[in-house]
Design a protein around this ligand. Sequence first.
Ligand SMILES: [Zn+2]
Ligand SMILES: [Zn+2]
Length: 179
Amino acid sequence: MKIRVDEIPDSGRVLHVHWTQERLERLLPPNDPKGFCLARPLNVDLEIHKKPDHLEVTGTIAGKLTLTCDRCLDEYPSDLWRTVRVLLFRESLGPKEEEVELEPDELDYEFFDGEILEVDRMIAEEIFLELPIRRLCSEQCRGLCPGCGANLNREPCLCPTRKVSSAFEVLRKFKPGNA
Ligand SMILES: [Zn+2]
Ligand SMILES: [Zn+2]
């Protein structure tokens, strides 16, 4: 979805979108290992206001994602709630350093061509910013066994560690006799 700046009324524009997996896919290269998908379409509520030298986009993105656990590689659901506040400046009219007192966590500013607001791209960026850095299905996730690959949350490890160690013990018992 793209919005032309000259079609945004002075009173602003309100957007309510059910943002789908398909829209996300369209922005990414095929088979991109993004490690998440939308469990269902996200509820995106945004307001876009024209300011003298920039656009201000505020609102929320809410819904549920399906993430992949870093340890066991299972998928698990994760709630998404992102408060959006992005200021978009025309590339040629970027804010001068001294004019912007940014509180890094409070707002974002970005640049665009001044004519077309790429709404889908902006929404995708906001979702990426909200993704947890460490993705765990639970704090107690026991992960995969590096030996046999068993998902230790629900399967026993099948590595023959006990047999190996008992074999060593057998060898040890034999050694003195052989020496
Ligand atoms: Zn896990
Ligand atoms: Zn194992």
